[in-house]
Design a protein around this ligand. Structure first.
Ligand code: COA
Length: 191
């Protein structure tokens, strides 16, 4: 699917491919650098130093889960064919929840605020219909962009976790959002 970004450039939203690993790795390294600069950054590594082996294992797991239909993974590609963002729906979020998928998304720094996250979430929700009934998403309370993105698709706050994350001396509040896919909610036309 092709989408027009707020920067008037075209982006392609497509499924994850095995050959995406190199760019996936570069993107993960860039998120890690952001985390080092800003300990409150929305993506974490659970206190561990990032390693290529670990990223490779995470990519391989993600790719296999997508290939075996236990996850839906889409990426955004810029006009030069570079992957600039990724979104995923992980099925079987917990035991006895085959109807629930947990969503995650990230866009590399230079490409944020252009509508790419919106396009990714829209595509994930489209692909989730008929497969899942509820989509959940966890975020830090201070992650305004993430919360804005979820709310514009009708996600409701389900849980608030005061100081549920601790990074060194920094505590962060977390929130879990959910969206019911049954009874076909209306997705906004705005991109
Ligand atoms: C969260 C994230 C995926 C959003 O993707 P994005 O491509 O920047 O989002 P969009 O451009 O589609 O914008 C989505 C909405 O958020 C708003 N938004 C975007 N950046 C914002 C910011 N820095 N502050 C406040 N609102 C913001 C947009 O205005 C838009 O709302 P609108 O359509 O009502 O105007 C992106 O910021 C990101 O990757 N952040 C770092 C990683 C991360 O935090 N991932 C989520 C973990 S829970």
């Amino acid at each position: 699917m092709k989408v027009l970004g707020r920067d008037a450039l075209m982006y392609k939203i497509r499924k994850l491919k095995r050959s995406d690993f190199t760019t996936y790795y570069e993107n993960e390294v860039s998120y890690y650098k952001e985390l080092l600069e800003n300990p409150a950054f929305g993506i974490g590594t659970y206190g561990k130093k990032i390693k290529k082996k670990g990223i490779k294992a995470a990519f391989s797991k993600l790719y296999k889960r997508a290939a075996s239909h236990n996850a839906i993974v889409v990426v955004a590609e810029n006009d030069a064919g570079r992957m600039v963002g990724i979104g995923e729906l992980q099925g079987h979020a917990w035991a006895e929840a085959p109807h629930i998928a947990d969503m995650g998304f990230s866009i590399i720094k230079e490409y944020r605020g252009k509508g790419i996250g919106t396009a990714i979430v829209r595509q994930l929700l489209k692909m989730a219909k008929g497969k899942y009934e509820i989509v959940t998403a966890g975020t830090f309370s201070r992650n305004t962009a993430s919360k804005r993105l979820l709310k514009k698709f009708g996600f409701k706050r389900w849980a608030f976790g005061p100081k549920f994350v601790k990074r060194g001396k920094l505590y962060m509040d977390t929130e879990i959002f959910y969206l019911r896919l049954k009874n076909s909610h209306k997705q906004p036309l705005k991109s």
